[in-house]
Design a protein around this ligand. Structure first.
Ligand SMILES: Cc1cc2nc3c(=O)[nH]c(=O)nc-3n(C[C@H](O)[C@H](O)[C@H](O)COP(=O)(O)O)c2cc1C
Length: 180
């Protein structure tokens, strides 16, 4: 069984990111298990903690270590990734030389309530993942606009075209995972 960790850029309850991610999690084929990895309780990264890390850091690093790949689903905050997500990237990248992101295939979905669909966040995240040595799905890029209209009251994406597009994206991600 291959494991995909889902890391959300939003830490608010029932976020659009979470609802979208649940739809996408259902698209993985047999033999793949997608599980959410929480970043909300991570203390702000501090290099002083490299010597003696808080328990939350250790738990999170172990959770990332245990998955074969990571799917990021994120909103945009002020044209970049939310601080909580940057914090999580930093926490699991240290101590120096022990980054647990290293070499893990990744995929990115950005979303927004506006038409810009989190383009800035998507590409700032891509920049970080390049440095963290995470081979990342390049095409198709996934930018989901008007997130509030995409989801029904139960959190389901009802637009068939969007779900087909997301299925193609997941298939590409799975192909990438097989190469590593
Ligand atoms: C602090 C803050 C900054 C934001 N900046 C942007 C932004 O730069 N671009 C954008 O499209 N939306 C921006 N938004 C709106 C959210 O990204 C948008 O509503 C998103 O769909 C919320 O996703 P979530 O439900 O997963 O948290 C911002 C929201 C907050 C709280």
């Amino acid at each position: 069984m291959s494991k995909v960790g889902i890391v959300l850029g939003s830490i608010r309850k029932n976020s659009f990111s979470e609802q979208i991610a649940k739809n996408v999690a259902s698209l993985f084929p047999d033999g793949y298990k997608a599980e959410f990895i929480d970043i909300a309780k991570l203390p702000l990264y501090n290099q002083d903690y490299d010597e003696n890390s808080p328990e939350e850091y250790t738990t999170f690093r172990n959770q990332i270590k245990e998955v074969d790949a990571v799917l990021f689903v994120t909103p945009e905050h002020n044209r970049s990734i939310p601080a909580a997500l940057k914090n999580a990237l930093d926490v699991a990248s240290r101590p120096w030389g022990q980054s647990v992101w290293n070499g893990k295939p990744a995929a990115i979905i950005s979303q927004s309530i506006s038409g810009l669909s989190g383009f800035g966040a998507n590409h700032h995240l891509r920049q970080c993942l390049t440095f963290l040595n995470m081979p990342t799905v390049q095409q198709p890029e996934v930018y989901l606009a008007n997130a509030q209209d995409l989801l029904d009251d139960t959190g389901k994406i009802t637009n068939e075209g969007t779900m087909e597009f997301l299925q193609g994206f997941v298939n590409t991600f799975v192909d990438l995972m097989k190469k590593y």
